[in-house]
Design a binder for this molecule. Structure first.
Ligand code: NAP
Ligand code: L37
Length: 294
């Protein structure tokens, strides 16, 4: 059997089209467009790339982006001051502080300072708390986990009643992805670095979300035949045949998994583009709430 490859790039393009139409409608009805502030601290290459891609995606759908690049040694107070200014700015409907932040800055303090109405990354403790409780709706769902669920939904994969395994429990991916699957009535197992017999646990999954940051760790014989496999990992591995000297691989061994899984996301072109599409979606929804558009 060969898995159906879920085309995240195409699904993300569809979503961007939906958002562009809503931006037009907002412009016509309210004379306003959504605004996203993207804050980048320091010079990490990966973060620079992602923030650049996010700004470009904003421009493509008609969302105004405001970029703020701060030096790695900026003080916590200065960053806090910027967040407070953005909270007060009526043209900014969403605030994204790209993680990870330098070590001398306490990310909990910064994320907690973002107005929850503008927390389009969904990392404010109140949004995470609501995400974790029954019958409480967060204002925003974190982008990458939301993108994973959207890929399942738009591929017609049922979640309710299924055995779901999330590999990884980070604050930004694994944990919120697990909470979303629980809300959707999956029967959930969360694995991490202390899990015993990982292949055996993963093999029970009808739905697998892999977010460990270990290149091609999940092998074909870990996967239940027919399972839906969402590969969140974005790992650079050396490859002298490439112009850049590296290529990107996921946390799943794609060639092996393709022969076993029912559905599989590629890397690149799977979850990554969805992360950005969901950021636009959250920013659009935030602007709609703030201008009073239904
Ligand atoms: P992270 O903060 O490093 O968390 C990794 C998680 O995996 C931790 O819970 C860790 O367990 C677990 N883990 C690590 N090694 C393991 C092992 N050998 N066996 C079992 N569990 C193990 O990473 P993250 O931020 O969640 O990111 C994960 C991956 O997703 C990375 O490749 C990252 O680049 C990618 N990512 C992609 C997107 C996207 O949009 N596509 C967005 C964000 C991240 P412990 O908790 O026990 O340490
Ligand atoms: N929302 N996302 C949000 N907030 C943060 O603080 N760190 C972080 C975050 N992570 C993030 O932006 N990750 C991410 C990862 C991959 C892509 C985009 C965002 C992506 O589009 N990846 C492409 C390949 C990109 C490349 O060629 O380098 C892909 O197709 O997977």
């Amino acid at each position: 059997m060969s898995a159906k490859i879920i085309d995240g790039k195409a699904i993300a393009a569809t979503i961007r089209g939906e958002i562009a139409a809503e931006v037009e409608q907002m412009k016509a009805q309210f004379g306003r467009v959504p605004g996203l502030a993207a804050v980048l601290v320091g010079e990490r290459r990966d973060s620079q790339t992602y923030v650049r891609m996010k700004k470009k995606a904003c421009a493509e759908v008609g969302i105004t982006s405001f970029g703020y690049t701060l030096p790695a040694d900026v003080s916590q107070d200065e960053l806090l001051k910027l967040v407070q200014d953005l909270n007060a700015n009526p043209d900014v409907h969403g605030i994204l502080v790209q993680l990870p932040l330098p070590d001398h800055i306490d990310d909990e303090t910064i994320l907690g300072a973002i107005s929850i109405e503008k927390d389009v990354d969904g990392f404010h403790p109140l949004n995470i708390g609501r995400l974790s409780m029954k019958r409480r709706a967060p204002l925003f769902v974190p982008c990458t986990p939301r993108g994973c669920i959207e890929l399942l939904d738009r591929s017609g994969i049922e979640i309710e009643g299924k055995r779901a395994v999330v590999l990884g429990r980070s604050n930004i991916v694994g944990l919120p992805a697990a909470m979303l699957l629980l809300h959707r009535n999956a029967t959930l197992t969360v694995c991490h670095s202390r899990t015993k017999n990982l292949p055996g646990v993963v093999r029970e999954a009808d739905i697998l979300i892999a977010a460990v940051g270990r290149p091609e760790m999940v092998k074909g014989d870990w996967i239940k035949p027919g399972a839906a496999v969402i590969d969140v990992g974005v790992n650079a591995v050396d490859d002298p045949t490439k112009k850049k000297g590296y290529r990107l691989v996921g946390d799943v061994d794609f060639a092996e998994a393709k022969e076993v899984a029912g559905y599989l996301t590629p890397v690149p072109g799977g979850v990554g583009p969805m992360t950005i599409a969901m950021l636009l979606r959250n920013t659009m929804d935030s602007a709609k709430r703030q201008v009073g558009m239904a």
